[in-house]
Ligand binder design. Structure first.
Ligand code: TRP
Ligand code: ZN
Length: 892
């Protein structure tokens, strides 16, 4: 459907890449820092790139006041250059140019949190992807790499700490109570990795010995009063440094590595060279404010940013279409880091399952909607809209497939070759693939389609057993749905890790015609490359149950018809823990989908004992890691169930899922109570894998128990809330209480607990975010309640964490309330997207995506959603960010 009221903004095309007309060798910057008005002096030594078709010297700038411009010492007049919107062009410039540019900027007016901005009186930068152009005119593109020297000057009282990339080479006092610090980054870098921080901060620091024996200074900088929350980030940083040395032979290349935490940040964190800047959410932790999930998040984000030092900074992207080159690879690396730290087989599987859950719930959904794009997109309007789960998480899956195809050592060889070839360069996804192909001698030509084709492939399975010949055939057929701009897809190169189970659930040795070298193995990676392919297995004594796509070896949907009994066998026995979990999810989804349909016809709901008993056995299986049992007992989310329907009924899905949860509790109450009691973690809080696993199972048990509660189970939650010695247990109890539908007296008690929680933690922003989040996602919270919470003095739209905690959580994680039949949820959404658009386009565009899948809802809801989308689209001064998202949604 076309919508004429929306003008799709101008897209940038990958095919139109032109090398820069000029390179920049060195950049010397001088900052006179001040919240209201900062002066930026920039001296660039530039040299013509004779290989480029671009003959002009082209710079980008945004929201800058140009004070002065000199070329080779001569002040340029208006007629010597052209400014057209955000482009400054100098024609007929000589081959060797020294450009000196002075600009004036206003950090305190910058609410976009991109460029140089103010945060609680401190000055912070965020330059990826195109924020450097808000600081000075510059060829702000990642293929222009230069050496930076940065002089920072500011009032010493207001800005006692002055940080930038690289090494501190000089510092001292100036007149009028001012001081300076001079920084030099020894490595060439693209402008998006530039950073500075100025303000009142304190740090935890430590000298750390690197593999080579060299010592590096590690610092974690936070606001005053937060030094009791930096230890975990510091520990995570040290583990990251060690891990990259050991797993990839990559050492820290700087003498100083700094992390700075700020409460005003658009995303998770940023890998600026030597000066990583983080959202406080991914730095600050101690047992009283952070949950186990927060601890794990910090470890993985600290790792992620640190790992970028090699995958992103030393080797960077030629252009932003290659974003997944650094992001997909670095997510893969942080996933492996977290898995290696746990170490055990089930521990690794737990991590894998958690990652795949996100991929399926968010990325598969993106792939099926109007914003679907390949891992290496062909076009974009606003690059900030392409920091997506497809670029990050699907990108990581693509890297993981090389790992699966080439093996542990083969992958390492490929990485080594990649660095050998491209250290210090800005390259493309194809260069990474070439390194993997050339180091292994494998033909990875077809593998390229994982980068160029969007959409989630489907693999369907048909099997045939021949008892007489003792052969078992597995026929795999692949397809991929159309996505915007891509009608037809070609077959992908899909690694399918698999095994075959006998009637006892044991793996049988595999003798596949196509893989003679692996004869007798019980685990095999078969490669699907054609549209349809049959794999024959010999010496199969009785009809087996196939276990396919083990460890989720490819980001595809596997269509396979299992009976409940076959799934039960896999659920109880598969040697691959991922597929054990997967079998359970299939059993649950099957029932949840059926119950949702039953609800729509008004018949009575019921749940079979067979399923409940399978869950009981797992819950009580002491040989299984409690973290794994927690996953096995967690039902697919409402969003996940919705994916099984062509037309989504969020209320019915919610009711069906609640029915299943309540029924499970009704039958397993004693078992759940037993699990609750036997998985306590008394004593000092410890965020290690074993304690976290216990808490996760215990708190899952608690949340189930309150689905079919009596006085005693309610009191159990209330007691846990009151007496919890850590935030994990306190928040879990409060969530259970908040979601509980009890007597009036109990409701009152729950409300009192919420108030208490607020009072106790009102000085901790990250905990208040949790307080909003809990309420935003509670089933009892409707649109009216959200509006009421927005009036709370602690609420503000200008802080992204706070906006996300209430607004994003309501729109994205409370489907049965957000999709209210009267469209009031969508009206609220439109108001907020429009309000955020003025404050912070990046954040606004993220919220705008909540209506991406509007075509999947009943026509009544669709009409309301379309109106809301049109309202946003018709807004004056709509940012490119929001315009791209809503125009693509409306075009669906
Ligand atoms: N490169 C960062 C990462 O993956 C994320 C990032 C991109 C970012 N753009 C940003 C962070 C803008 C903050 C703001 O770790
Ligand atoms: Zn990243």
């Amino acid at each position: 459907m076309r919508n004429d009221t929306v003008i799709t903004p101008q897209a940038i095309l990958r095919q139109e890449y032109v090398a820069p007309g000029y390179w920049v060798d060195t950049v010397e910057m001088g900052f006179d820092l001040d919240l209201k008005s900062t002066l930026v002096a920039n001296r660039m030594v530039m040299r013509r790139n004779h290989a480029s078709t671009e003959k002009d010297l082209v710079l980008s700038g945004e929201s800058l006041k140009l004070v002065q411009l000199r070329l080779n010492g001569v002040k340029l007049k208006k007629a010597d250059y052209q400014i057209d919107g955000e482009t400054l062009r100098i024609s007929n410039a000589p081959d060797e140019v020294t450009l000196e540019i002075t600009t004036q900027i206003q950090p305190s007016k910058n609410t976009s949190l991109s460029g140089l901005y103010a945060s609680k009186g401190n000055l912070i930068t965020q330059c990826e992807a195109e924020g450097f152009r808000k600081i000075t005119w510059f060829p702000d593109r990642p293929d222009v790499m230069a050496k930076y020297t940065v002089m920072l000057r500011a009032d010493k009282k207001k800005f006692p700490v002055l940080l930038s990339n690289g090494n501190l080479i000089d510092e001292g006092d100036l007149d009028d109570g001012r001081h300076f610090a001079k920084w030099e980054d020894p490595f060439k870098k693209p402008s998006y990795l530039f950073a500075l921080v100025a303000g009142t901060l304190v740090c935890q620091e430590e000298k750390f010995k690197l593999k080579s024996g060299r010592k590096a200074l590690l610092q974690v900088w936070v606001e005053e009063g937060n030094l009791d929350k930096t230890q975990h980030a510091m520990d995570s940083l040290k583990k990251s440094i060690r891990w990259d040395e050991e797993r990839f032979g990559l050492e820290l290349d700087l003498d100083r590595f700094m992390i700075v935490a700020t409460g005003d940040f658009n995303m998770g964190a940023m890998e600026n060279k030597g000066l990583n800047i983080f959202n406080t959410k991914y730095v600050l932790a101690n047992s009283s404010i952070a949950t186990d999930i927060d601890y794990a998040g910090i470890e993985s984000v600290v790792g992620h940013e640190y790992f970028h030092n090699w995958t992103g900074n030393r080797v960077t992207c030629r252009d932003w279409f290659q974003l997944s080159l650094k992001e997909g690879l670095t997510v893969f690396r942080d996933q492996e880091f977290s898995a290696d730290l746990v170490g055990t087989t089930t521990g690794r599987a737990v991590k894998r399952i958690e990652d795949v859950r996100v991929l399926r719930q968010v990325q598969f959904s993106e792939d099926a909607g109007p914003m679907a794009h390949p891992v290496r997109p062909d076009s974009f309007v606003e690059i900030n809209n392409f920091y997506t789960v497809t670029i990050y998480e699907k990108g990581a899956e693509v890297v993981r497939m090389y790992y699966t195809l080439l093996g542990h050592d083969g992958f390492r060889k490929g990485m080594d070759l990649y660095f050998e070839r491209h250290d210090g360069q800005a390259v493309e996804c194809d260069d990474f693939r070439a390194a993997m192909a050339d180091s292994s001698g494998r033909d990875l030509t077809q593998f390229e389609r994982w980068y160029s084709q969007a959409g989630t492939p489907r693999v369907s399975v048909v099997t045939a057993y021949d008892a007489e010949a003792q052969t078992y055939d597995i026929k795999l057929t692949q397809s991929c749905p159309a996505t915007p701009g891509q009608e037809k897809k070609l077959p992908f190169h899909i690694p399918v890790a698999m095994g075959l189970l006998d009637a006892e659930g044991k793996d049988i040795p595999l003798y596949c015609d196509d893989y003679p070298a692996q004869a007798g193995a019980t685990n095999l990676v078969i490669e699907l490359t054609a549209a349809s392919q049959t794999f024959r297995f010999n010496k199969v004594a009785s009809e087996p149950v196939p276990s396919l796509l083990r460890n989720f070896s490819a980001p595809v949907v596997l269509d396979i018809d299992y009976t409940d009994e076959e799934l039960g066998l896999l659920f109880a026995n598969d040697s691959d823990p991922f597929n054990r979990w997967e079998a359970g999810q299939r059993l649950a989804t099957r029932r949840l989908v059926k119950l949702t349909k039953v609800l729509q016809t008004g018949e009575e709901l019921s749940l079979d004992d067979w399923f409940i008993n399978a869950l009981r056995n797992t819950l009580n299986d002491e040989s299984l890691d409690p973290a794994f049992r927690e996953l096995m007992l967690t039902l697919p989310s409402e969003a996940m169930i919705a994916e099984a329907f062509d037309v989504v009924d969020p209320q019915a899905i919610h009711t069906a899922r609640q029915f299943v949860r309540a029924t499970i509790t009704r039958h397993l109450k004693a078992d759940l109570l037993h699990a609750y009691e036997t998985h306590q973690t008394p004593g000092k809080y410890r965020p290690d894998a074993a304690s976290m696993a216990k808490r996760s199972l215990k708190n899952l048990a608690l949340s189930y128990l309150l689905e079919w509660a009596d006085e005693s189970t309610f009191d159990l939650a209330h007691l846990q809330f009151k007496e919890a010695a850590n935030m994990t247990d306190r928040l879990a109890a409060l969530a259970a209480l908040t979601n509980f539908n009890g007597t009036e007296k109990q409701q009152k008690k729950s409300e009192k607990a919420l108030r208490r929680f607020f009072k106790d933690f009102k000085k901790e922003d990250l905990v208040i975010d949790k307080w909003f989040m809990l309420q935003a996602t509670a089933h009892t919270t409707d649109v009216e309640k959200v509006r009421e919470l927005m009036q709370h003095p602690a609420f503000t739209l200008t802080n992204p964490n706070r906006a996300r905690s209430l607004v994003f959580n309501f729109c994205n994680a409370n489907p049965s309330r957000f999709h209210a039949a009267d469209g009031s949820g969508y009206a609220l959404w439109a108001e907020l997207v429009i309000a955020l658009n003025k404050i912070n386009p990046q954040v606004a565009a993220r919220l705008a995506r909540s209506l991406d899948r509007w075509k999947k809802y009943p026509v009544g809801l669709q009409a309301h959603m379309k109106l809301a989308l049109q309202k946003v689209a018709a807004t004056k001064k709509l940012s490119k960010d929001v315009a791209e998202v809503v125009s693509k949604a409306l075009a669906a």
